[in-house]
Unconditional design. Structure first.
Length: 298
């Protein structure tokens, strides 16, 4: 029996339906390129964070390996990480303390002998009720909320001064590309000017201010900020410990004297707290690290 074919016997090919694919529009291509650029900026910012932190951590690892005769740097890193987690502080902060603090005497049971503990600072000016002064994130968050309340905005950030560089430590209402770009600040911003002068700085309109380079201005404006105000964090010795900045969706006309005083009180309260935290919580973490290292030393 002959096999019956189901294929068409027509000499003409079947008409194919039109393809659903289409070229993306110029707007779509632009959005794609913009998204790709933002992703690259985020990757560059992350690499910068690692590049800045890694040498300090590596130096601390080397100190610990030599001091406690550890088997390898990975063991030192594990001890650093554990001590930083127990103290609820950043790993790079503890590593920096290891590097800059003279080591314990050979065979000493404690790192810092005869240390006088500072009294816990008052935090009432932050208007947040009872706070755990040892909790860095909670205190920084309360200070930032206080500044945003006084200045009437929902965008702002806290930067801590470390090795003469302002490092982003807390933020609210700001997009990723802003926080990545300003992860570390050394100049050309209102926050750096506030830190240098030790006084509050207001930028009433970012678009027309001469205090920013073109790229910095672009990042700020594309983040939805049209104006900003920066408050230095001064301790009781008038040393600058960092900066809090508020960002505003509209140009500013200025603040009242009452607002400026409230912002100054907040800045001084947080500045004194940072000094206490570094002289108390951070040094406690060093002592904990010392005990952990003694426990594993061969």
């Amino acid at each position: 029996m002959a096999t019956i074919s189901t294929a068409s016997s027509s000499p003409f090919p079947e008409e194919q339906p039109p393809s659903s694919a289409r070229r993306p529009s110029l707007q779509e291509e632009t959005e794609h390129l913009r998204a790709a650029a933002e992703q690259l900026r985020a990757q560059v910012a992350e690499l910068e964070v690692r590049a800045r932190a890694r040498p300090r951590i590596a130096l601390a690892e080397g100190i610990l390996v030599e001091r406690y005769r550890l088997a390898h740097a990975q063991e030192a890193f594990r001890l650093l990480r554990r001590a930083s987690q127990r103290a609820n502080i950043k790993l790079h902060q503890l590593a920096a303390a290891v590097v800059r603090t003279p080591g314990p005497a050979p065979g000493a049971g404690v790192w810092l002998t005869g240390r006088v503990r500072l009294p816990e600072p008052g935090l009432a000016a932050l208007g947040a009720g009872p706070l755990d002064a040892a909790n860095q994130g909670a205190v920084l968050g309360a200070a930032l909320r206080r500044v945003l309340t006084v200045t009437g905005t929902d965008m702002g950030n806290v930067q801590l001064l470390e090795d003469d560089v302002l490092r982003m430590a807390k933020h609210a209402g700001l997009p990723r590309h802003f926080t990545d770009y300003f992860a570390f600040v050394e100049g050309n911003t209102s926050c750096s000017r506030a830190a240098e002068a030790g006084s509050q700085v207001t930028v009433k309109e970012v678009a027309s201010s001469a205090g920013f380079d073109d790229e910095t201005r672009r990042v700020i404006l594309t983040s939805g900020s049209r104006a900003c105000h920066s408050i230095p964090l001064l301790d009781d010795r008038a040393a600058v410990r960092g900066v809090i900045s508020s960002h505003h969706a509209r140009p500013l006309t200025g603040f009242t004297q009452a607002q400026l005083r409230a912002l100054q009180d907040t800045g001084r309260t947080l500045g004194e707290w940072i000094r206490w935290h570094q002289d108390t919580v951070l040094l406690d973490a060093l002592e904990d690290l010392h005990q952990l290292a003694l426990a594993v030393r061969p």
